[in-house]
Design a protein around this ligand. Structure first.
Ligand code: FAD
Length: 413
């Protein structure tokens, strides 16, 4: 079998890349070791974060660092045994998160974020999947005045510098918007521009369906079998060996399994995260995805129930699950919103693929012809999948690009 392009990894990022290439007339094969969209893209919080121009940084205030060091918080957890391996990454992440650097990164990152919702809507309309996307924004709720003031000040700066919109909520307004939230809150902040997805897996599958309708092919295969052919690339799939002129690595947290043998030592680490679904008690309804900011967990209304997602767990990618953050979050979440019984047999875990400067890697491999990367989307892979897909497809086909791709190249490291 011969195709123009083989895309390795069928998460939201690889699927979006494959779809954009197929739309441009490149015969494309999308390969995964399992069915599409079943890893990290399966279980995220579902936000298309139009407000997310500041990628999630490493905290710099002493109080937060001390809290994290004690390893008892809900929002972050670490495996002591993983720290020696993670230390170089964490140090670089911390350096890039210093206020001046973070601001400079936000300016480079904002052009990608700016297009996140419009690019999703183009694909969702073509895929007949707009019903999965709700345009209601999301809310952060606060328990103390000082924290709320600081967050509102940051939001004002984001609004001033990047034109993203928000509303400040007093407790009365929260009660109108979310009548079933019962905790004692001082107020909230409603980001009004973002959207949310009621089933992230279904959205990825809708994009896979569109890709196939346009003539794209999906196959199971192990990306580790990728090897150079002259010219191009060769990979083994369930249907036999496939030759492709171009290969794209979109393996999320598993990118190293292909990049390392080719001599690229990507500066990637992972932040693991968990979810659990709950039946709402009685007739309770959650109208907006809601972050309990000071406690550090997220509740999102999903097709399957209320999805509780957790923050960052610093651990080795392949270590067994340790859903302690979920266990800590659950009782707090129950006091915020009337959650009924658990709906999943066990907590789900996903693995966010992270770079130290918090921006994805989108662009050519520096030392191999016709090899490209679309990886490292960290907390924003759902948000940015379609933008990355378009940008990479435009670069590969030599079109004018939607944004300047230079800040996202691998050779920045
Ligand atoms: C708890 C949680 C909440 C989140 N919330 C949000 C959110 O609200 N909004 C947002 O934008 N992002 C969110 N994210 C981040 C987002 O889910 C990820 O950035 C995104 O899913 C990454 O997509 P991907 O396609 O790069 O990776 P993946 O979806 O992980 O896809 C990588 C693919 O590579 C395949 N693969 C691995 N090894 C091989 C191999 N040997 N051969 C072939 N294929 C292989 C895997 O099977 C997988 O399908 C969240 C993440 C978590 C964990």
């Amino acid at each position: 079998m011969k195709v123009d392009v083989v895309v390795l990894g069928a998460g939201i990022v690889g699927t979006s890349i494959a779809l954009h290439l197929q739309k441009r007339g490149r015969s494309t094969l999308l390969i995964d070791r399992r069915a599409p969209g079943e890893e990290t893209s399966f279980g995220n919080a579902g936000l298309i974060q139009r407000e997310g121009v500041y990628p999630y940084g490493f905290p710099h205030d002493f109080g937060a660092l001390l809290r994290y060091a004690l390893n008892h918080t809900i929002d972050a957890h670490y495996h002591l045994s993983a720290l020696p391996r993670l230390a170089p990454f964490l140090f670089r992440y911390w350096m890039h998160s210093r206020p001046n650097q973070h601001e400079a990164i936000a300016r480079l990152y904002a052009p990608l974020i700016e297009h996140c919702l419009t690019e999703h809507m183009v694909l969702a309309e073509e895929a007949d999947a707009t019903a999965l996307i709700r345009h209601k924004g999301w809310i952060k709720v606060f328990r103390s005045e000082a924290i709320m003031r600081a967050e509102v000040k940051d939001a004002e700066e984001v609004n001033r510098d990047f034109g993203v919109n928000f509303e400040v909520l007093d407790p009365k307004r929260i009660a109108e918007m979310e009548p079933y939230i019962t905790a004692s809150l001082v107020g909230g902040l409603h980001w009004t521009d973002p959207a949310s997805v009621s089933d992230p897996h279904a959205l990825t599958m809708a994009y896979v369906g569109l890709f196939e309708r346009l003539g794209g092919q999906v196959a199971m295969g192990d990306a580790r079998t990728l090897e150079e052919a002259s010219p191009g690339w060769r990979v083994r799939t369930e249907h036999g060996v496939v030759e492709a002129g171009t290969a794209v690595v979109a393996l999320g947290a598993w990118a190293d399994i292909v990049s390392k043998p080719l001599g690229y030592h990507l500066p990637l680490a992972v932040k693991r995260g968990y979810h659990m679904h709950y039946r709402p008690e009685g007739h309770a309804v959650l109208n907006h995805p809601t972050l309990d900011f000071e406690r550090g967990y997220f509740l999102a209304p999903m097709s399957r129930g209320i999805r509780l997602t957790t923050g960052a767990e610093f651990a080795n990618r392949d270590d067994p699950k340790t859903p302690v953050q979920l266990a800590r979050a659950e009782p707090v979440a129950r006091s915020l919103f009337p959650l009924g019984e658990r709906l999943d047999p066990e907590p789900w875990m996903g693995v966010r693929p992270c770079t130290p400067d918090m921006m994805p890697i989108i662009g050519p491999a520096p030392r191999h012809k016709n090899l490209w990367f679309g990886i490292g989307h960290a907390h924003h892979g759902l948000t940015l999948g379609p933008v990355t897909g378009r940008l990479l497809a435009e670069m590969i086909t030599g079109e004018r690009t939607i944004v300047d791709p230079r800040p996202y190249r691998l050779d920045r490291f």
